[in-house]
Ligand binder design. Structure first.
Ligand SMILES: Nc1nc2c(ncn2[C@@H]2O[C@H](COP(=O)(O)OP(=O)(O)OP(=O)(O)O)[C@@H](O)[C@H]2O)c(=O)[nH]1
Ligand SMILES: [Mg+2]
Length: 480
């Protein structure tokens, strides 16, 4: 249905052919009231006009709206559409753009697309609209990546960090580091110009201060990748503990839905059961697991094996203890070993069935690597909303995400790709700092500073390689 007919004969004769005009569905497929098809490139308006009721659309001014019938190759009416014409560079891609809004549903939208392909547009590759916006200077690379993050945002925090990056916050932060490095490099390179005369223009103390400042900013910025990952991917919270402790009951209470089977029989849960909730703007995926115990039952033993694997892959472990039973030595040993194996894993200890015991936390279930146990009652009518909220707050604190949702705007968070380049820039700054301390010549210093600047350029796209562009834009969906 979708076919390649991008190159016309005349294109083939150009030394550097102009970017072909591309078209794609910008909205999701499926039944909907409306669908939007975007066309971008030098022939956008003539291509749409050739199938549109009013041929004058070909020469339409930018920011004009046209309503009329769109016809296919055989002159049959496809749909009554609304066309918005944008003229480059004042458009989302920087090229001429026509947005065709038709009725929703796959049949109509695909028929409109086919008519436009027949008229000379070619199907857009994933991310090609955004890539053109980047190549035409409408967005830098970090902002282009934010477009993809915005589309895929699955929580309030993901939305907010993507908006901040789209507004250029990441680029601004990188720009601040860049500025201090450029300043340093300028001083050093000036000195190099006078190398023969063996003079030191650059005051060593201010160079040291500038480099220290750059290092601090880079560390902070690279560190924000943690927040970026939290915002984008959310956290995986595994509920673990002895059989019958109330893990499944707690899962159901936390997500407000009857997701997992609950029963008084120890060993009820076998497969891991997953359910999602948004807590403090963060996407939290809860994983309920089989109770941990030695068992002769082969199926339950497999469940236990899966539970251990889930705990190993978790971002946070909520270890559930039946308050009326308490934590035994074997469990303490398990938690101690876990703390040794994964010292970075936050463990939130929960004493469930608080309703069965008199008074607060009489069990003293502190274990290595875990804070004081929270007393909750996950059980149906006894479920205590305040205690559950306390548990939710502990989860946010465990991943150091408390208060993030309330932080107004300004959430600068880099992604993994940025982090790699920022770390490389920091390593180069570190080398420069050592050269300076060792009293090495300006030329080694200049080399490291250039390396650091190069890495920063790769974040925003001031420097690009095919590899970087492919890596970034191939993650987009078609139509974006
Ligand atoms: N009194 C009381 N009973 C609870 C509470 N939470 C759970 N229960 C009961 O404890 C029993 C076990 O609950 P589950 O949620 O199935 O326990 P589990 O940890 O998932 O057990 P397994 O899947 O077997 O590992 C059920 O009968 C629950 O109704 C609570 O806070 N108070
Ligand atoms: Mg269970």
């Amino acid at each position: 249905m979708v076919r390649e007919n991008a190159m016309t004969d005349s294109d083939a004769h150009h030394a550097t052919p102009p970017a072909p005009t591309i078209a794609a569905l910008a909205t999701a497929r499926g039944t909907a009231a409306l669908a939007v098809i975007r066309v971008s490139g030098p022939e956008a308006a003539p291509i749409v006009a050739s199938r549109f009721a009013d041929g004058a659309l070909a020469d339409a001014a930018g920011r004009t709206v046209w309503v009329g019938w769109l016809r296919d190759n055989d002159g049959r009416r496809v749909d009554q559409v609304v066309c918005v014409v944008w003229r480059g560079p004042h458009s989302s891609t920087g090229e001429d753009v026509v947005e065709v809004t038709c009725h929703g549903g796959d049949t109509v939208a695909q028929a409109v697309l086919r008519a436009l392909y027949d008229a000379g547009a070619r199907p857009a590759a994933p991310g090609e609209f955004t890539q053109r916006a980047f190549l035409n200077g409408k967005l830098d690379l970090a902002q282009a990546e934010a477009v993809a993050d915005l589309i895929h945002a699955e929580s309030r925090l993901g939305h907010r960090t993507a908006i901040a990056a789209l507004r250029g916050r990441v680029s601004e932060a990188v720009g601040a580091v860049r500025q201090s490095l450029v300043q340093t490099a300028a001083l050093v390179e000036l000195e190099l110009d006078f190398g023969e005369e063996d003079v030191e223009f650059a005051d060593r103390d201010s160079l040291r201060d500038l480099l220290a400042e750059a290092d601090r900013l880079l560390e902070e910025l690279a560190g924000s990748a943690r927040l970026g990952a939290l915002a984008r991917d959310g956290v995986r919270v595994v509920l673990g503990g002895r059989p019958n402790a109330g893990k499944s009951t707690l899962l159901n209470a936390l997500v407000g839905d009857d997701r997992a089977i609950v029963s008084p029989v120890a060993g009820t849960t076998r497969d891991a059961v997953e359910a999602e909730a948004e807590i403090g703007g963060l996407r939290v995926r809860f994983v309920d697991t089989a109770g941990l115990r030695e068992t002769a039952d082969a199926i339950e033993a497999e469940g236990t094996r899966r539970a251990r694997a889930a705990i190993d892959a978790s971002d946070v472990l909520v270890y559930v203890v039946d308050a009326s039973v308490g934590l035994d030595d074997e469990e303490r040993a398990f938690l101690t070993a876990l703390a040794r194996r994964r010292p970075e894993l936050p463990v939130v200890l929960v004493q469930n069935k608080a309703d069965l015991v008199d008074g607060p936390a009489r069990l003293g279930v502190e274990a290595e690597g875990a804070g004081a146990a929270l007393a909750v009652s996950a059980h149906g009518a006894l479920a205590d909303p305040a205690a559950l909220d306390g548990l939710r707050r502990s989860l946010l604190a465990a991943v150091r995400a408390e208060g993030l949702d309330a932080a107004a705007g300004g959430l600068v968070a880099v992604n993994e790709r940025h982090r790699t380049h920022l770390e490389a820039a920091r390593a180069a700054v570190g080398r420069a700092q050592r050269s300076l301390a060792a009293g090495s010549g300006g030329d080694t210093l200049a080399l490291d500073l250039r390396a650091a600047l190069h890495e920063l350029g790769l974040v925003t796209g001031a420097v690009t390689t095919e590899h970087v562009l492919d890596a970034v834009f191939s993650q987009f969906c078609i139509g974006k």
